[in-house]
Design a protein around this ligand. Structure first.
Ligand SMILES: Nc1ncnc2c1ncn2[C@@H]1O[C@H](COP(=O)(O)OP(=O)(O)O)[C@@H](O)[C@H]1O
Ligand SMILES: [Mg+2]
Length: 261
């Protein structure tokens, strides 16, 4: 198995507050990892650390064997680490295809100048980009909606469109921040199938923060449980469900971790 991403004793401090404490983590190609834990556990901090918004106070982040601690967010996107946001950032008044084409242009800077499109070479390049984007939309199951306005799509499909936008950046690691938020049961089921498909068929590694425990148990190869910045458990869904430390960390909490359908 190829290891893509690795954290070695990563600590993040904000002043005196330790948001993450000596976190070790190894992720392999094609794995789906879920991050869970109560509010304030450090989940969002870990995402921000991976995308380069925060840097480790101590410890190292490796991507394909290279230390990426100091890389800027855009440099990490270029290397293949992409994320979606909790609130969608689609351009509502543009079509599905246009939304993906824009993301494509942003990461293919040589094709940026619109004047280039006046030349034959430019037109060919645009046609190739369009075909590539339609192919990616097909991966998430939106190929029949290319000409519809993004703002008119049901919520679940808007989330899929966001994933398509991340995929055109040729990501190898996809970070999903609550991808199922606001979805109904059918949309959630479809999302689980699409995410599984992407990870297994294309070897994309997916890390998600999600509160829907049923979905997490369905989708994840591995679950990491954070509590007050400490990794209290790591394992398969079956292992996590039986982990006494995890159960006690959640017992009596407002949202009972293991109360799902
Ligand atoms: N930029 C920041 N400055 C100061 N403290 C922060 C910052 N970001 C997060 N924290 C603190 O770090 C801890 C972990 O927060 P966070 O990663 O948002 O947790 P979670 O996403 O699991 O709810 C919390 O105590 C939070 O208040
Ligand atoms: Mg958070």
């Amino acid at each position: 198995m190829t290891t893509l991403l690795q954290l070695e004793k990563v600590t993040v401090k904000f002043g005196g507050l330790v948001a993450l404490h000596e976190i070790d983590l190894t992720l392999n190609q094609g794995e789906v990892l879920a991050l869970i834990g109560p509010n304030g556990a450090g989940k969002t901090t870990l995402f921000n650390l991976l995308t380069g918004i925060y840097r480790p106070t101590t410890g190292s982040i490796y991507y394909k064997g290279e230390v990426i601690n100091k890389l800027q967010p855009f440099e990490r996107v270029k290397k293949g680490i992409a994320r979606t946001f909790q609130n969608t950032r689609l351009i509502q008044g543009m079509t599905v295809l246009e939304n993906v084409l824009i993301a494509h242009r942003q990461c293919n800077t040589e094709g940026l100048l619109s004047s280039i499109f006046l030349t034959k070479k430019g037109r060919d390049r645009r046609e190739a980009a369009t075909q590539e984007c339609i192919g990616i939309l097909a991966l998430v199951g939106l190929e029949h909606k290319v000409d519809e306005l993004a703002g008119g799509l049901p919520y679940g499909e808007q989330r899929l469109l966001e994933i398509a936008r991340a995929l055109v950046s040729k990501c190898e690691v996809l970070l999903l921040d609550e991808p199922a938020a606001g979805m109904n049961a059918i949309e959630k089921k479809q999302l689980v199938e699409k995410i599984r498909h992407l990870s297994k068929e294309f070897g994309i590694e997916i890390i998600l923060i999600e509160h829907d425990m049923g979905l997490i148990m369905d989708i994840s190869d591995k679950i990491v449980v954070l509590d007050h910045g400490i990794k209290i458990a790591e394992g398969t869904p079956a292992e996590i469900q039986q982990n006494p430390q995890v159960i006690s960390a959640y017992l009596g909490g407002e949202d009972d971790l293991f109360e799902w359908e």
